[in-house]
Design a binder for this molecule. Structure first.
Ligand code: FAD
Ligand code: 2HG
Ligand code: ZN
Length: 486
C-alpha cells in the first residue's frame, strides 16, 4: 500500500513528477535510508531520481512550497551521516545518480564540465582519455560522485600537491532551495567579480542547495612516477622526512601517507592478496609518491637520493621503491584498504583531525599514551594524509576473549563521547580541526557548535537563512537552527 493518502505530499509528488522520478520501492528506499557507516537509520518519504537540472529545479520549488525536507545524495559514502533522512517519513531523498553526463571536455582550456552524479573514477578516466589528469583520489572513488565530493570538499591522497576539491573547481551549477538555478559554470581561472558564491556550496553538505554540475580544473597527466614504502622509527621522523623530501624533490611530492604497523597487520589479516612491501618490523611507515608531467624523468633516482639522505640523518630505517606498476599498486592496496580492514576487525571510533605539522607528532605521542593508559577497550589505528597534517586518529575495539565480541564492542562505543571530547579538546588546544576532510553531517553538529566561535556560527546561520529560509535543505545537518521551520 502506498504511504500517504490522496492529496498527501507523496501523492502530489507522484502526480506531479511520475513514478519513474518519485520511487517508493522498498528495496531502493532501504539503500538510501541509511548512511555508509550505518550510524543513522532513517525513513524517507520517497526517493527522487531526477534526470536533468530542470527536473531538480521543479522538485525543489515543489518541496519548498510544501516545506518537504530534501536530502541530496551522491554515492552515499560520506562518513558523518550527511545522507540519512530522519525517521519521520516526511523527507525526500534526492539522488543525483541519473545525472552523470560529461557535458564538455576542453583540453585546450584544461577544464571539463561534468554533471554532479558522475562517479569520481569516471571523471578521472575521462580526463585520462584526453591525456589530462583530474587529481582528486580517494578510497571510495569507485562509488562516490563528484557532487558528493564537492559537497563534502573531499580531500584524499593528492592534496599535498593539488589541494582539496575546492581547489579543483572553476565553476558550479546549483539549484537553490526555491528552485532557481544559479549557474557559474564558467571555465575561467581568473574572475574577480564580487563574492565568489561557488565556495559557499563547496563543503556545504547539501544544506544550501543541490549541486547539479561543475566545471573542473584539469592538469597535465603525470608521465613519470616514483613510489616508495619507507620504514620510519617515529611519527616525528615521518614529519621530518616530509621536509627532507620537499628539500630534495620540491613540489614533485604528490602523496605522503603515514601508516602504523598495526594497520598493516589489519590489512594482511583481513584482505587476502595483500603484500607487505618491506621485511622486518617498524612502528611506522610512510607511503610517498613523487610525480612529474615530463616523460622519462629519473624520479626513482631522485627519490632514492632523498631517502638515502634521510637514512643518513636517522629519519628512515628501511625503504623500498616500487619497481613496477604492479608493485606500486601493491603499496597503495595496503594504504587504501586500511578503512575496510578496520571495519572488518570490528567496531571503531573515527576522528578525522588535522594539526599544524609542527605539532602533529607531539599530539600522536600524548594522545596515543592516553588511549593506551585509559582506553583498555580499544587500540589506536592512527594513519592518514600526513603531508596535509591530516590524521585518521581511529580507535578499534580490542578483542576481549573474556567477553563476547558484542559485549566488548559495546564497551568501546559506550565511551565514544568521552573519548571524542578528550581527543577533540586536545586537537583544538593545539590549533587543529576536529574535521579535516569528512565534514560535519549529522555526526559532528555538536562538535561544530562547541569549537566554532559564536561569530562564525552566527554568520553560518545567516548564510543558511539567506539561501534556505524554510530550512528544507538537508535539515539537521551541519547546523541546527531553531528559528527555521524545520
Ligand atoms: P554522499 O555521501 O552521497 O553525500 C555527502 C554529503 O554531500 C551529504 O551531506 C549529501 O547530502 C551531500 N551531497 C551529495 N551530493 C550532493 C549534491 N549533488 N548537491 C548537494 N549536496 C550533495 N573522504 C575524504 O575526504 N578523503 C578520503 O580519503 C576518503 N576516503 C574514503 C574511503 C572510503 C573507503 C570511504 C567509504 C569514504 C571515504 N571518504 C573520504 C568519505 C567520502 O567518500 C567522501 O566524503 C565523498 O566525497 C562523499 O561523496 P558521495 O558522493 O558518496 O557523497
Ligand atoms: C582514508 O583516508 C579515508 O582512507 C577514510 O578518509 C578514513 O576510515 C577512515 O577513518
Ligand atoms: Zn582520509
Amino acid at each position: 500500500m502506498m504511504p500517504g493518502g490522496a492529496g498527501s505530499p507523496l501523492q502530489q509528488l507522484i502526480a506531479q513528477f511520475g513514478s519513474s522520478v518519485i520511487v517508493i520501492d522498498a528495496s531502493q528506499l532501504a539503500a538510501v535510508n541509511v548512511d555508509h557507516r550505518k550510524l543513522y537509520q532513517g525513513k524517507a518519504l520517497a526517493l527522487a531520481l531526477p534526470r536533468s537540472t530542470a527536473e531538480v529545479s521543479k522538485l525543489l520549488a515543489f518541496c519548498n512550497a510544501l516545506r518537504i525536507g530534501v536530502i541530496p545524495q551522491g554515492g552515499n559514502t560520506s562518513y558523518c551521516g550527511g545522507t540519512a533522512p530522519d525517521d519521520s517519513g516526511t523527507q525526500l531523498v534526492l539522488s543525483l545518480r541519473r545525472m552523470n553526463t560529461l557535458r564538455e571536455m576542453n583540453p585546450v582550456n584544461d577544464s571539463m564540465i561534468v554533471e554532479a552524479g558522475c562517479i569520481l573514477a569516471d571523471v578521472q578516466r575521462a580526463a585520462a582519455d584526453v591525456g589530462r589528469f583530474f587529481p582528486l583520489s580517494l578510497g571510495a572513488e569507485g562509488s562516490c560522485q563528484i557532487g558528493g565530493n564537492l559537497s563534502t570538499n573531499a580531500g584524499g591522497v593528492n592534496v599535498v600537491r593539488y589541494g582539496m576539491t575546492r581547489d579543483l573547481v572553476l565553476g558550479l551549477e546549483v539549484v537553490l532551495a526555491d528552485g532557481r538555478v544559479l549557474s557559474t559554470l564558467q571555465a575561467l581561472r581568473k574572475d574577480n567579480t564580487g563574492y565568489d558564491l561557488r565556495h559557499l556550496f563547496i563543503g556545504a553538505e547539501g544544506t544550501l542547495g543541490v549541486i547539479t554540475a561543475a566545471s573542473l580544473k584539469l592538469f597535465p597527466a603525470p608521465r613519470s612516477v616514483a613510489t616508495a614504502f619507507v620504514a620510519v622509527p617515529t611519527s616525528a621522523s615521518a614529519v621530518s622526512l616530509l621536509n627532507e623530501l620537499r628539500t630534495h624533490c620540491g613540489d614533485l611530492v604528490s602523496s605522503f601517507e603515514l601508516i602504523p604497523d598495526i594497520a598493516i597487520d589489519l590489512v594482511v589479516r583481513h584482505l587476502p592478496g595483500s603484500r607487505v612491501p618491506l621485511d622486518g618490523t617498524s612502528p611506522w611507515y610512510v607511503l610517498c609518491e613523487i610525480t612529474s608531467a615530463l616523460p622519462n624523468e629519473p624520479l626513482g633516482e631522485r627519490l632514492e637520493a632523498a631517502l638515502a639522505a634521510a637514512l643518513e640523518a636517522g629519519l628512515v630505517t628501511n625503504a623500498t621503491l616500487a619497481q613496477s606498476e604492479r608493485e606500486r599498486q601493491d603499496f597503495w592496496f595496503i594504504r587504501e584498504h586500511i578503512p575496510e580492514a578496520q571495519r572488518r576487525d570490528g567496531p571503531s571510533l573515527k576522528h578525522d583531525i588535522s594539526l599544524p605539522l609542527d605539532r602533529l607528532a607531539a599530539f600522536i605521542a600524548s594522545a596515543g599514551d592516553w588511549i593506551r593508559d585509559e582506553i583498555p577497550e580499544g587500540y589506536l589505528v592512527c594513519y592518514g594524509h600526513v603531508g596535509d597534517g591530516n590524521l585518521h586518529f581511529n580507535i578499534n575495539q580490542t578483542a576481549n576473549p573474556v567477553q563476547s565480541p558484542n559485549a566488548a564492542a559495546g564497551a568501546l562505543v559506550s565511551r565514544q563521547n568521552e573519548i571524542r571530547r578528550v581527543i577533540h579538546d586536545r586537537v583544538h588546544e593545539l590549533g587543529g580541526s576536529f574535521s579535516a576532510e569528512h565534514g560535519i553531517g549529522r555526526h559532528k553538529v555538536e562538535e561544530l557548535e562547541r569549537y566554532a566561535s559564536p561569530l562564525e556560527l552566527e554568520l553560518m546561520r545567516a548564510i543558511k537563512r539567506t539561501f534556505d529560509p524554510n530550512g528544507i535543505m538537508n535539515p539537521g545537518k551541519v547546523l541546527r537552527i531553531a528559528s527555521l521551520s524545520r
